[in-house]
Design a protein around this ligand. Structure first.
Ligand code: G3I
Length: 318
């Protein structure tokens, strides 16, 4: 049958996956699936700060370059992930006792160096990742504490200066439906755009769990962003299950994947649907949620699961 990539192309969106660089280098079936099933890729880890700038002013792009080369060789676009985040920061950033001026300079240089390095080769950048708390206030991380809320607008301006053609995204989780967090993000994006800050997209991660109801108002939520004139994307879809999985769990997982994809298909400016890894063999879930797993659309032996078929069916009908 047709691959997801072929079906997505007909449906007018990109279908992407997060890529584990070790598996891409070492495992033929992994590499083959990335190449044939997807037309967009996101580095799962290798563009993050701790990899890219492990020591102040020392930039290491080896693994990220390899992925970008792979993508170009296979006609794929790249989502750059990410520039500003509270996590996966090297200790020289978190423990360094920098003044606000110094830290602002460090952030500016980091963004400029990374975006410039990949200039012209990144389709969408997750410029700011996970900046919000669940109640809609800004996360009290090192950036907010030392630089104040203006770090967000600064980050977008600096990224835009370095690569004016890349689409710049703000990305977060638990913003699939209409809630305090997604509304705060909406208000921020509306204000930034009014002020002329170059924010072009909103990334909805889509990390779901079958034990919570799927976000059935996702299309309504995405519609309000669409009306603002911003692009949207589902950037990190996966649906975890408490193991062992029952038949009901598997059905709920298929439906949750479809709910996310349908949100994108129903939204005019939604550009892509990306899964956060495609095989249960490599997933961040079991390491973080004890007793949970099987969150992806292929099993550990690279066989497509019913979630894969459910997505394919939605793409066929689009
Ligand atoms: O690279 C080191 C390695 O040197 C060391 O030996 C090993 C020992 O634990 O750790 C390795 O680092 C791990 C890294 O993944 C690379 O494998 C980290 O411990 C581990 O915490 C890290 O997890 C990643 C996580 O982000 C970090 O927060 C996951 O792979 C990645 O899937 C996950 O992705 C995030 C998105 O970026 C943002 N949204 C949520 C999503 C899921 O948490």
């Amino acid at each position: 049958g047709a691959t997801l990539r072929q079906l997505a192309q007909k449906a007018g969106i990109r279908i992407g996956t997060a890529v584990n660089s070790d598996a891409l280098a070492d495992e033929a079936p992994y590499t083959q699936k990335v190449a044939t099933e997807f037309d967009s890729v996101t580095p799962e880890n290798v563009m993050k700060w701790d990899t890219v700038e492990p020591a102040r002013g020392t930039f290491v792009f080896t693994q990220a370059d390899r992925l970008v080369d792979f993508a170009q060789a296979h006609g794929q676009l790249v989502r750059g992930h990410n520039l500003v985040w509270h996590s996966q920061l090297p200790s020289w950033v978190t423990d360094g006792d920098f003044s606000a001026t110094e830290l602002r300079d460090i952030l500016h240089r980091h963004i400029t160096a990374e975006v410039t390095h990949f200039k012209g080769r990144i389709w969408q950048w997750d410029v700011v990742n996970e900046a919000f708390n669940e109640d809609g206030t800004l996360r009290d991380d090192v950036w907010l504490q030392k630089l104040g809320p203006g770090y967000i607008a600064d980050a977008f301006r600096w990224a835009h200066e370095a690569d004016p053609k890349a689409a710049l995204y703000i990305n977060d989780y638990n913003i699939e439906g209409v809630n305090a967090k997604s509304t705060a993000l909406y208000d921020l994006v509306a204000r930034l755009r009014k002020e002329g800050v170059p924010v072009q997209g909103v990334g909805i991660q889509g990390h779901l769990d079958v034990q919570y109801p799927a976000p059935h108002d996702i299309a309504d939520n995405m519609a309000r962003f669409d009306k603002l004139g911003v692009q949207t994307a589902i950037t990190e879809a996966d649906v975890r299950i408490t193991l062992p999985a029952s038949a009901t769990d598997v059905e709920a997982q298929d439906e949750a994947y479809q709910t996310l994809l349908e949100g994108c298909l129903l939204t005019r400016r939604c550009t892509d649907f990306t899964v956060w890894g495609f095989t249960d063999k490599y997933s961040w879930v079991p390491g973080v949620f004890t007793g949970e797993g099987q969150a992806n659309i292929f099993d550990e032996n690279y066989q497509p699961k019913s979630a894969y078929t459910a997505l394919a069916q939605d793409l066929r009908l689009a």
